[in-house]
Design a protein around this ligand. Structure first.
Ligand code: URA
Length: 232
């Protein structure tokens, strides 16, 4: 593979930007400065940019704490979209959100250009649990737990058995659902006579949101986190 393509794939910039870096003598292959953007990189070659190892990859996996006010999409004519929050070095990979959170929902959103993983995690047959923290407009009780457990019939979908866990402040609940139907949590809460005042996704399967990320912040998944998602 050409050196400029390789470095672009490592996140060092666009093809044009990495060509400029190479021209400046910032790139080295197996310890020797390489100023030819077309130089052939072979498997096993050690490539660096200003001494920083360049590791080629085709996919990116990002954990974002989605802020309210953004749509879970790559483009929209009316509202800002979550991919606008990403740095160019990630946007270049064309990552897409895995599943959807409503515009006013915060919390764990995975973005990736790995279409297979995206499909697996969102496929209804996979039953991947999503956990939400919600603040309701009135207190939940034990009867509500039973209603959630039984599942619910809606006009356009059936919500399978779900888990409702009530916190000490009984307006605060954790809800675990295995599907991801449009407005599902809000619809299920409406069925028990409650409005959702605040909603945040805190986990997808066993992968938990890194609470050190403020709304709008993101980071790449660690290998361990990626393995968790792959085994969902
Ligand atoms: N359920 C909802 O109602 N909204 C979301 O954003 C996610 C799940």
């Amino acid at each position: 593979m050409r050196l400029d393509k390789y470095l672009a794939g490592c996140g060092f910039g666009t093809r044009k930007e990495v060509k400029a870096l190479i021209k400046k003598g910032a790139a080295a292959v197996n310890g020797a400065t390489e100023m030819d953007a077309g130089a052939n990189i072979r498997p096993g070659d050690i490539v660096t940019v200003n001494g920083v190892p360049a590791v080629y990859r085709e996919c990116v996996y990002i954990m974002m704490n989605k802020p309210a006010g953004y749509i879970s999409a790559t483009e929209d004519r009316h509202y800002p979209v979550v991919t606008e929050l990403l740095d160019d070095r990630y946007r270049r990979f064309d990552p897409a959100p895995v599943g959807r959170l409503d515009i006013d929902t915060e919390g764990l959103l995975i973005l990736t250009n790995d279409g297979q993983l995206n499909h697996r995690l969102t496929s209804p047959s996979k039953n991947v649990y999503k956990t939400y923290f919600a603040v309701l407009d009135s207190e939940a009780d034990e009867e509500d737990i039973e209603v959630f457990k039984c599942g619910m019939e809606f006009k356009d979908f059936t919500a399978k058995s779900a888990v409702l866990e009530i916190c000490e402040n009984r307006k605060e609940v954790f809800i675990k659902i295995s599907e991801g139907k449009f407005h599902q949590v809000k619809s299920m809460c409406a069925r028990i006579g409650k409005n959702v005042e605040y909603l945040k996704r805190v986990a997808v399967g066993e992968l938990r949101l890194d609470e050190s990320l403020a709304p709008g912040e993101y980071r790449e998944l660690t290998d361990e986190e990626l393995n968790i998602l792959r085994s969902c």
